[in-house]
Design a protein around this ligand. Structure first.
Ligand code: ADP
Ligand code: MG
Length: 623
């Protein structure tokens, strides 16, 4: 197996000039942009002094869209033209989305032939790429106004579990916004970089990211300056919004106990709840008052109300450790990310579980953007990259289908990217001139248990006997986690390649599920694979003997044919339902039984050849 050399993007050539590059945290709820301001990397505010840009876009007829706070304010008033949480739509099909979320408050465009979810607005049909591009453009304008120059590049962060389709669409959005993407960076890696944890030699870092609607926990391992994502977990539907809901329900129940009070709308209740929650991050008691009514929410009550939500986050933390086969004592640092980690009760629960205080001194809203900004500054060449080689890993194994519907893994899960690996394959049949390459993703041994990414053909392979052709298949994953696969027949240099842009992606929960499956099925998968391989060996032998009998059957006595037939029958029946060991044994037995026959054929063919007839001609006559 050959390993190709790959250049890290960005290079090392330091430019004397300060070049303008930014880091962007493109969030589900809020987005931010950061840049290096001399010694430090800082997030940039808008003209009102706001650093956070709500990830909401409001589309208007014949006018440019509103992005951010103005759009967010129109969510209730004009929900059909106001799109929030577009990040959740990236890399998904409309069908997938409907099955996951049930009711969605939009009118979808059914005319898309790629099946991507696009929302019909007064400004036309808008998909997640376009909405994301509008958010990115707003951040670019903000940065360019503040830096007084055109941006040369950006690092954009994505969740660690984002798959190829989701990463590709994030890049497509950047391109649409006219941004040069230096690279995509995993959010937890960015958070660890913001705390300077990459400057240490080694260590295990937990990144606990509790946002508005999503919870992600990642376990990073740092070895010789390289971060690897050892495990990820979380819940795509757990966050600060859930806290707001339990508080809102509590407020409603308190109100219904007082007579003569009209309970406000759910939207108003949620607003009151959110305000109370924020108050309780700084003080012990929050006062909730609406018109002629008021109640106090104590810290201890909030703790009771949220106990179940907090317990769910800790369960994910436990699972991530288990997946990585590490103990609490192996964790060196815990980084807190996301607005909801401001809640003291969340910090306490995390500290209690890991037995150590989490790092909280960088604003949890800004930490991911700051890490991205630091990385952008290095990649654009403002800082020497020598001490700063940041790498990520691919989350699921990538491989190719081989005979017997088996998967040959070319790039195993958790390989550091960028990477290129090549492996040689050969033809299975005599005279085979076309080879179909089926690229799959997953941990299981059988193609049917993995995810199909792409299929392509290598044609015009010169006709040779089975096993003689040499076809080199190269898998290359770039720094953003995107895959290209090429196949080359080595004697002629004939080549075919494909860029893998799988149309729709996987949810983190599906990736987790695939990993879980591979663990729980590891034993049976191994046996299935051995059986398939044994069956292939047996089939090849049976084919060869059948062919030989057709050509040279008369060399054998009736008794010999009988013995051979018996052995063949035995192998055929064991092949159907035997274990790999049994199939191997029966194949070996048939091999023994037929060895006499093989020797006789050899003698005959040598004699024929000496008489001037080629073996080929003899076989042709018989056909
Ligand atoms: P996302 O990653 O989903 O874009 P954020 O990281 O911006 O989300 O987090 C938003 C959530 O953080 C909201 O639910 C908000 O109410 C919550 N939040 C922000 N500040 C505080 C605070 N001081 N106390 C409690 N929750 C907060
Ligand atoms: Mg976030």
């Amino acid at each position: 197996m050959a390993l190709l050399q790959i250049q890290e993007p960005g290079g090392k050539q330091a430019k004397p000039l300060h070049r303008l590059a930014v880091g962007i945290d493109l969030g589900t709820t809020n987005s931010l942009v950061s840049t290096s301001c001399g010694l430090r990397v800082e997030t940039l505010p808008d003209s009102e002094g706001e650093h956070l840009l709500p990830s909401v876009v409001h589309y208007r007829k014949d006018e440019s869209p509103l992005v951010g706070f103005q759009a967010k304010a129109l969510l209730v008033e004009d929900p059909l033209n106001t799109i929030a949480s577009a990040k959740r739509l990236l890399g998904k099909s409309l069908a997938e989305l409907k099955s996951q979320h049930g009711y969605l408050p939009f009118e979808f465009d059914n005319s898309r032939d790629d099946g991507a979810p696009a929302i019909l607005t007064v400004a036309g049909s808008k998909d997640a790429i376009q909405v994301s591009a509008d958010i990115l453009s707003t951040l670019v304008s903000r940065a360019e106004a503040s830096l007084k120059g055109a941006l040369e590049g950006a690092v954009i962060t994505v969740p660690a579990y984002f798959n190829d389709a989701q990463r590709q669409q994030t890049k497509d959005a950047a391109q649409l916004a006219g941004l040069n993407v230096l690279r995509l960076l995993n959010e937890p890696t960015a958070a660890a970089v913001a705390y300077g944890l990459d400057s240490e030699d080694q260590g295990n870092v937990i990144v606990f990211d509790l946002g508005g609607g999503t919870f992600d926990v990642s376990l990073l391992s740092l070895k010789r300056g390289v971060f690897e994502v050892l495990a990820t977990g979380g819940d795509t539907n757990l966050g600060g919004d859930d806290v707001d809901h339990v508080i809102a329900d509590w407020i409603a129940s308190q109100m219904s106990e007082s007579t003569g009070i009209e309970i406000p709308s759910q939207a108003r209740l949620l607003q009151l709840a959110n305000e109370a929650k924020h108050q309780l991050s700084d003080q012990k008691v929050a006062t909730i008052s609406s018109e002629a009514w008021s109640v106090k929410l104590e810290e201890s009550t909030l703790k009771e109300l949220t106990a179940d939500l907090v317990r769910r986050t800790i369960t994910s933390c436990r699972r991530v450790l288990r997946d990585a086969k590490l103990a609490v004592s192996d964790i060196d640092n815990i980084v807190m990310v996301g607005g909801s980690t401001r809640m003291p009760l969340v910090r306490d629960a995390v500290a209690e579980f890991y037995g150590k205080a989490p790092l909280t001194n960088i604003d949890p809203d800004k930490v991911v953007a700051i890490g991205a900004g630091i990385q952008a500054d290095v990649l654009i060449g403002n800082k020497s990259a020598d001490s700063f080689l940041l790498l990520d890993v691919n989350p699921l194994s990538l491989g190719i289908e081989t005979m017997g519907e088996l998967v040959e893994k070319i790039i195993p899960r958790n390989t550091t990217i960028p990477v290129a690996k090549a492996q040689e394959f050969t033809t299975f049949k005599d005279g085979q001139t076309v080879m179909t390459l089926h690229v799959v993703q997953g941990e299981r041994e059988l193609v049917s248990d993995c995810r199909s990414l792409a299929k392509f053909e290598l044609r015009e392979i010169p006709s040779m006997v089975a096993g003689a052709a040499k076809i080199r298949v190269t898998f290359q994953v770039d720094a953003d986690g995107l895959l290209s696969v090429s196949a080359e027949e080595l004697s002629t240099g004939k080549k075919a390649e494909i860029q893998v842009k799988p149309s729709y992606g996987l949810e983190s929960s599906i990736i987790e599920g695939m990993l879980q499956d591979s663990h729980s099925n590891a034993q049976s998968d191994m046996e299935t694979r051995s059986i398939k391989e044994a069956q292939l060996d047996a089939t090849q032998l049976l084919d060869a003997i059948a062919n030989a009998l057709r050509v040279d059957g008369e060399l054998l006595s009736e008794a010999e044919v009988g013995t051979l037939a018996e052995s063949i029958k035995k192998l055929e029946s064991i092949m159907a339902n035997g274990s790999s060991v049994q199939i191997h044994a029966a194949t070996e037995e048939l091999n023994q039984v037929s060895s006499e026959f093989a020797a006789k054929r050899m003698d005959l063919h040598i004699a024929n050849a000496l008489r001037g007839e080629s073996i080929d001609a003899v076989e042709k006559q018989a056909d």
